[in-house]
Design a protein around this ligand. Structure first.
Ligand SMILES: Cc1cc2nc3c(=O)[nH]c(=O)nc-3n(C[C@H](O)[C@H](O)[C@H](O)COP(=O)(O)OP(=O)(O)OC[C@H]3O[C@@H](n4cnc5c(N)ncnc54)[C@H](O)[C@@H]3O)c2cc1C
Length: 377
């Protein structure tokens, strides 16, 4: 069986490594082959971007060489896919190569779309890219006081990031001794301060305690860069000195240009994780259209189900597992404290008070990630 994994980020790497171990006898017997095509020879630990934005990590700490993370039996190529020919079970790459498969795993992730809002790219800082995180840190270093506004587009990956960046701003200015000179204003698009109800209930008193102002039902319409004003579709206007944006995301351009799903989100069976209408195509991570948070942890849990099912199809002819929508998010809450949210399709998260040990667990996980994508955790 020829297994082709497209995308070498969190989801694709865990699927490929997990499969390489499960199918080691079949690979040795030349009955199974695993190929990975990716767009980069480097793998980025994206959650680290938040730490880069506050000067707590250097950008080069976020990267590992992708080949070094993969089991040696995986045939890895840096050659992005340009065309998916699902009816012919093959893809074409940028270099012109044709890769035929029996089973395809699509794990191409997602991207920010700041250009959708006039003025947002020019007017707002964002920590969702390496260059953006470094630029935000420089802007924060120069900031001596005034109003910092946070605005959020949906959908976006890491739904916890808006509250985490707000807590981090509070801490950062406090440490610099200028918190009393900074007005932090958090704007959120729906009618509570977070999409996950229990996160909203937990975060609101934290914001109150920290003196963070918040406004809900604030969907950004445009940014007036010259006058430093952000306007919402709902009609309100916010003047800012520093604007921080978490822009709306789409799936990757290659998914949109191949018409695999509106806005690059691929219609995916919520339990089997196959692409709707294509039983031999699996979808993992951000690029699914599933109603779960676009996080590395969701990608991880999905990847384990997909790998187990592809391996069991090879071995006994049938899949054995269903994905239950599991997500686990750390939430950095400031003052060296953190909590977590664990939930699935059926059960909402039950948030505990933030504490120091969860913060140190998260700091350790920042290192353990590399063992996790190798499939060792
Ligand atoms: C600031 C920030 C903070 C975050 N914090 C957290 C957190 O605390 N916890 C958490 O769980 N998640 C967090 N995330 C989200 C997490 O990083 C993503 O959800 C996760 O990486 C998604 O995995 P993925 O495999 O779907 O995509 P990615 O990891 O993005 O990988 C996509 C891969 O596809 C490749 N690719 C793209 N186009 C092509 C193509 N045409 N052909 C072949 N390959 C291609 C890319 O090179 C890349 O290797 C955070 C993200 C950000 C930006």
């Amino acid at each position: 069986m020829r297994i082709l994994v497209v995308g070498g980020g969190t989801g694709g790497t865990i699927v490929a490594n997990n499969l390489a171990r499960r199918l080691a006898p079949e690979i040795r017997a030349r009955k199974a082959w695993i190929t990975m095509l990716s767009a980069s020879d480097r793998h980025m630990y994206q959650p680290g971007l938040l730490y880069v934005a506050f000067g707590q990590m250097m950008p080069d700490e976020l990267y590992r060489d992708q080949q070094s993370l993969l089991e040696s039996s995986i045939d890895f190529h840096v050659d992005p896919v340009e065309t998916f020919e699902l009816d012919k079970n093959q893809v074409k790459t940028k270099s012109g190569a044709l890769h035929a498969y029996d089973v395809l795993v699509i794990a191409t992730g997602s991207r920010v779309m700041p250009k959708k809002i006039p003025g947002l790219e020019e007017g707002a800082e964002t920590f969702y890219t390496e260059a953006g995180a470094v630029k935000l840190f420089k802007a924060l270093r120069e900031f001596e006081g005034g109003k910092v506004c946070i605005v959020v587009g949906v959908p976006h990956k890491c739904p916890i990031a808006p509250v985490e960046v707000t807590f981090s701003l509070h801490d950062y200015f406090k440490t610099r001794g200028i918190r009393d000179k900074v007005h932090i204003k958090y704007n959120y698009p729906i009618n509570r301060i977070h999409s996950i109800e229990n996160v909203a209930k937990w975060a609101q008193p934290e914001f109150d305690r920290m003196g963070v102002e918040y406004e809900t039902l604030f969907n950004v319409e445009a940014v007036d860069v010259e006058n430093k004003v952000v306007k919402s579709l709902e009609g309100s206007e916010d003047r800012y000195d520093l604007l921080i944006s978490i822009p709306e995301h789409h799936g990757m351009d290659v998914i949109e240009s191949n018409n695999l799903g509106p806005d690059g989100w691929i219609p995916t069976d919520r339990h089997k994780l196959t692409m709707e209408g294509h039983d031999n195509v699996y979808v993992v991570g951000d690029t699914t259209n599933l109603p779960v948070s676009k996080t590395g942890s969701a990608a991880h849990f999905e990847a384990e189900v997909i790998a187990e099912n592809i391996a069991s199809i090879v071995k006994i002819g049938t899949p054995v597992k269903d994905y239950d929508g599991k997500v686990y998010c750390f939430i950095e809450a400031g003052h060296d404290r953190a909590t977590y949210a664990m939930f699935n399709y059926e059960n909402p998260p039950d948030l505990k008070a933030a504490n120091k040990s969860m913060h140190w667990f998260k700091m350790s996980y920042n290192k353990m990630y590399w063992a996790s994508v190798r499939g060792l955790l």
